[in-house]
Ligand binder design. Structure first.
Ligand code: F1P
Length: 301
């Protein structure tokens, strides 16, 4: 691989696209208001961003927020949702379109998307388009993190430290041990659990690596059995008491940085790229993956 893959160009633009999204998010827009009961849906990377947003919104006391994989969304009347947020880079993912179609006219929807010329726009009541964060690489990096930055800003967070930490994460050294490691377990708590899921998916998609992800406090309940020399346990955010010592005892490498956790995900994206290069893989065209999953059946069964 040359050093000019789309994935590399796109991931390097994140501080800029985050800044732009923060401005949009901070302005009043169609995103859910404080107090509304919200469901958030997406697939793959977009589902994991939904998980992070939901935890942030709930923890900020802004209202019930439930994340769902679009294919497993429970949006029945009894749940009383005031709004559904859909996240999709492509705007063409079948499961997301099916959800939008099924609840049209019943629950107000707002879709955060990369491509505004797609079916998701016609099926949504409102949209927030981030075309400047859309991507050519199949493997998503900047759209996902830019969408989450938009949502963080909309929740009232000051994301300026995240932006400067992302800048720093673009030049932080990548350790040889991370490129060569046999296995990664990514951990998080609260909103960083979604980031852990996304980090694990990124490594699988871009570099066919063996990765797992768990809520940090679940790790000792079985998954730590996988930790061993030559393997890495990477934690986003604050380490629960005693966890580092427990991991170090296994001989696995424990990694936990002080930068904003979303910026730490940028470093993992770079590690995924390096691992792809080391294995002669093209991260822009990963095995068995396409830009979006478009199933043959129409939106309405
Ligand atoms: C969602 C998604 C990607 C995944 C794969 C298939 O796309 O699941 O996260 O990497 O390429 O599509 P989207 O709905 O955000 O466009």
């Amino acid at each position: 691989m040359s050093g000019t893959s789309y994935m590399e160009q796109e991931l390097r633009s994140q501080p800029e696209t985050w800044r732009a999204a923060a401005e949009i998010g901070a302005a009043a827009g169609p995103l859910p208001k404080a107090g509304q009961r919200v469901a958030v849906v997406g697939c793959g990377t977009s589902w994991f961003m939904a998980q992070s947003y939901a935890a942030l919104r709930e923890n900020a006391g802004l209202g019930v927020t439930d994340p769902f994989a679009a294919s497993e969304a429970f949006l029945g009347r009894a749940r009383g949702y005031d709004a559904v947020v859909a996240i999709t880079r492509s705007g063409t993912t079948t499961e997301v379109l099916r959800v939008l179609d099924a609840i049209k006219g019943r629950i107000p929807t707002v879709t955060v998307l990369g491509d505004p010329e797609t079916a998701a726009v016609t099926l949504s009541d409102e949209t927030v388009a981030l075309p400047f964060a859309d991507e050519k690489s199949v493997v998503q990096t900047r759209f996902a993190t830019t969408a989450l930055t938009l949502l963080r800003a909309h929740l009232g967070e000051d994301v300026s430290r995240a932006v400067s930490d992302a800048q720093e994460a673009l030049t932080a050294p990548i350790e040889r041990e991370w490129v060569d490691a046999e296995q990664f377990s990514f951990l998080g708590t609260g909103w960083t659990f979604g980031l852990a899921n996304e980090a694990a998916l990124k490594m699988r998609e871009a570099s066919q690596s063996w990765t797992e992800s768990y809520p940090a406090m679940e790790y000792r309940h079985g998954p730590i059995a996988i930790a061993a020399p030559g393997r890495v346990t990477w934690l986003f955010g604050q380490a629960p008491e005693g966890l580092e010592a427990d991991v170090v005892r296994t001989g696995a490498r424990f990694v936990c940085h002080g930068r904003d956790p979303l910026a730490d995900l940028v470093l993992v994206q770079r590690v995924a790229l390096e691992r792809a290069r080391a294995r002669g893989l093209d991260p822009d065209n990963p095995r068995s993956l396409t830009r979006s999953v478009m199933l043959e059946t129409p939106a309405t069964p």
